[in-house]
Design a protein around this ligand. Structure first.
Ligand SMILES: Nc1ncnc2c1ncn2[C@@H]1O[C@H](COP(=O)(O)OP(=O)(O)O)[C@@H](O)[C@H]1O
Ligand SMILES: O=P(O)(O)O[C@H]1O[C@H](CO)[C@@H](O[C@H]2O[C@H](CO)[C@@H](O)[C@H](O)[C@H]2O)[C@H](O)[C@H]1O
Length: 459
C-alpha cells in the first residue's frame, strides 16, 4: 500500500489540469507551472481511503498559492463518482473525496471524536451536537470554497485557498453566537492545524438553516416578477422585495452592533481616511492592469478615491463582514442569517482581519441590489431601455429600504456619510469588475455599467 505523499506526488500532472477547472480555483487567469504537495495526511486508511493534501501551485509569474484537497481513493470508482474523477495512481483511482458520502461521514466522525491527525485538529464546539450517519450532498452553487450539507442538520465548509492564520469566518461566527446574535448559524466545530509552521483554518461546521432561502434568489425572483409585468411599478408587483430589504438592513445593523460590542470599535481618523484612500487608489491601478475596459473611468475614479483622504466625518471602524452581498444572507422562517464572514477572498488574510467601516458592508449590499436588478440585462437584453428603467427603479427602491432599516437600528446612518459610502461602492464595483473578468466574463458589464452610471451621475 502506498503512502499519502507518494499518492499525491503521483497525481501532480492530473491535478495541474484539474485545479484550473474548479470553481474555487482563483488562479484561472494565470498559467499553472507546477503542483507540488506540501502536506499529506491520511485521514481514512481503509478503502475508500481519504487523504488530506495541501498543494502549492506555482505559476508562470507571481506568487504561488496553496490549496487544500480531500482526495478519495478507490480501486474502482462507482458510476455516481465518475464525474469527480481526478486521475489514477498505481491501482487506485483518485477523486474529489467530499462527493463520497462514506468519506463525508468520516469527517464528522473525526470531528465528533475530537481527533488529531498529523497537523490537523478536529475541534467540536463545547456542547455542540455533531450529527452522525446522515446522507450528504455537496452544495451546487458558485462558491469560493466547497460545502457539504448533511441532510438538514449541518453544513461543512472546506476552505480551499489557504493562507496562514485563523479564518475570520470561524472567529466572527463564534463571537456573534457568544453575543447571542440571532443572525448567524450555530457553529458546531472547526478543523484547524499547523501548516509549515503557521496555524491555518481548514474547515468549519455549522448548523444548517433548513427551510431558508438565499437573499439573491428572493431578490432576483422579485426582479423577474417586475420584468414580467411591463406596466407595473416595483411597489405594485406581487413580488415586491422592499419589506425584506428593510428587515435585512435591520439585521445587518444588529450584526454590526454585536461585533462592535464584543470585539471593539474606534473611529476613522485623518490617518485612517488617508490609508483608506491609498488602498482604493492602489486597487484601482491593479484592476486597470487586469481589465483595460476600466481605463476610461480611471481618472474620475481616482479623483473620487483621492477625495476620501480629505473626509473628516466621525465614522466608526470595527470588525465587519467584508464581502457582504445578497448571496451571503439567508431568510429563515424567523429572521435573516448572515453567512461567510471570510471577507473578500482575494485580500490577504492580515488585511481581512483589520477593522473597517461598517459602511463597507452597507456599500456591498447596495451593490448587490444593483446586481440583482441588472443581472438579466446582459447579452441580448443589454440595450432594452424600458427594462433598464424598471431595473434602476427596483434597485433604488430596495437600496433605500435597506438603508432605512439599517439606519433605524444602527449607530451610523449611511446617508449621513454619502461621500464615503459612494467611494466604498465604487471600490467594490472595481473589485467586481476583476472578479467577473476572472470568473464570469459575460457579467463584467454589470459592474462596468454601474461605474459608468455612478461616474456620470457624480460629474
Ligand atoms: N448555515 C447554513 N444553512 C444553510 N445554507 C447555508 C449555510 N451556510 C451556507 N449555506 C449555503 O452554502 C452556500 C455557500 O456558503 P458560503 O459560506 O457563502 O461559501 P463560500 O465561502 O464558498 O462562498 C451559500 O450560498 C448558502 O446557500
Ligand atoms: O460569495 P463569495 O465569497 O464567493 O463572493 C464572491 O463571489 C460573489 C458571486 O457569487 C461576488 O458577488 C458578486 O456577484 C453577486 C451575484 O452573484 C452580487 O450579489 C454581488 O453584489 C457581487 O459582488 C463577490 O463579489 C465575490 O467576492
Amino acid at each position: 500500500m502506498t503512502t499519502p505523499d507518494v499518492r499525491a506526488r503521483g497525481l501532480a500532472a492530473p491535478l495541474a489540469g484539474w485545479l484550473p477547472e474548479q470553481r474555487w480555483f482563483a488562479g484561472k487567469h494565470r498559467t499553472v507551472r507546477t503542483v507540488t504537495p506540501v502536506s499529506c495526511v491520511a485521514l481514512v486508511e481503509t478503502e475508500p481511503l481519504l487523504d488530506h493534501v495541501v498543494v502549492e501551485v506555482a505559476y508562470a509569474a507571481g506568487a504561488p498559492d496553496r490549496y487544500q484537497l480531500l482526495l478519495g481513493y478507490r480501486r474502482q470508482l462507482p458510476e455516481k463518482l465518475q464525474h469527480v474523477r481526478i486521475g489514477a495512481v498505481d491501482d487506485l483511482v483518485a477523486y474529489a473525496g467530499l462527493w463520497d458520502d462514506v468519506l463525508a461521514e468520516e469527517l464528522l466522525r473525526l470531528l465528533d471524536s475530537g481527533a488529531v491527525r498529523g497537523g490537523l485538529r478536529f475541534r467540536p464546539e463545547a456542547g455542540a451536537a455533531i450529527p452522525r450517519g446522515e446522507p450528504s450532498r455537496v452544495v451546487d452553487v458558485e462558491q469560493s470554497n466547497t460545502s457539504v450539507v448533511y441532510d438538514e442538520s449541518a453544513i461543512l465548509k472546506l476552505f480551499r485557498r489557504l493562507t496562514p492564520g485563523r479564518n475570520p469566518d470561524v472567529e466572527l461566527n463564534r463571537a456573534l453566537r457568544r453575543a447571542g446574535s440571532e443572525h448567524v448559524a450555530e457553529l458546531l466545530g472547526e478543523v484547524e492545524g499547523e501548516l509549515l509552521g503557521d496555524t491555518v483554518s481548514y474547515a468549519m461546521v455549522s448548523a444548517y438553516a433548513a427551510n431558508s432561502a438565499e437573499g439573491w434568489a428572493m431578490a432576483t425572483a422579485s426582479v423577474r416578477d417586475l420584468f414580467a409585468e411591463g406596466d407595473l411599478r416595483a411597489d405594485e408587483v406581487g413580488g415586491d422585495f422592499a419589506g425584506e430589504a428593510e428587515r435585512l438592513g435591520e439585521a445587518i445593523a444588529a450584526v454590526h452592533a454585536d461585533l462592535a460590542d464584543t470585539l471593539g470599535s474606534t473611529e476613522l481618523d485623518r490617518a485612517g481616511y488617508a490609508e483608506l484612500s491609498t488602498g482604493m487608489i492602489g486597487r484601482l491601478s491593479d484592476a486597470v492592469g487586469v481589465v483595460p475596459e476600466l481605463a476610461p473611468h480611471a481618472d474620475a475614479l481616482r479623483t473620487e478615491f483621492a477625495a476620501v483622504a480629505g473626509l473628516t466625518d466621525a465614522c466608526p471602524v470595527q470588525r465587519i463582514h467584508g464581502d457582504l452581498h445578497l448571496g451571503q444572507v439567508l431568510r429563515t422562517p424567523t429572521s435573516w442569517l448572515v453567512i461567510d464572514f471570510e471577507g473578500e477572498p482575494v485580500k490577504p488574510l492580515a488585511e481581512r482581519l483589520l477593522p473597517d467601516s461598517p459602511l463597507r458592508d452597507v456599500a456591498g449590499m447596495l451593490r448587490s441590489f444593483d446586481y440583482a436588478a441588472e443581472h438579466l440585462l446582459v447579452g441580448d437584453t443589454a440595450d432594452d431601455h424600458q427594462l433598464e428603467f424598471r431595473a434602476q427603479e427596483w434597485a433604488a427602491r430596495n437600496r433605500k429600504a435597506f438603508c432605512t432599516g439599517y439606519a433605524g437600528a444602527a449607530r451610523v446612518d449611511p446617508m449621513r456619510h454619502a461621500a464615503l459610502l459612494r467611494a466604498y461602492e465604487l471600490d467594490k464595483a472595481v473589485y467586481e469588475v476583476v472578479y467577473e473578468a476572472t470568473h464570469r466574463p459575460a457579467w463584467r458589464s454589470i459592474p462596468l455599467r454601474s461605474i459608468a452610471r455612478m461616474v456620470a451621475a457624480g460629474s
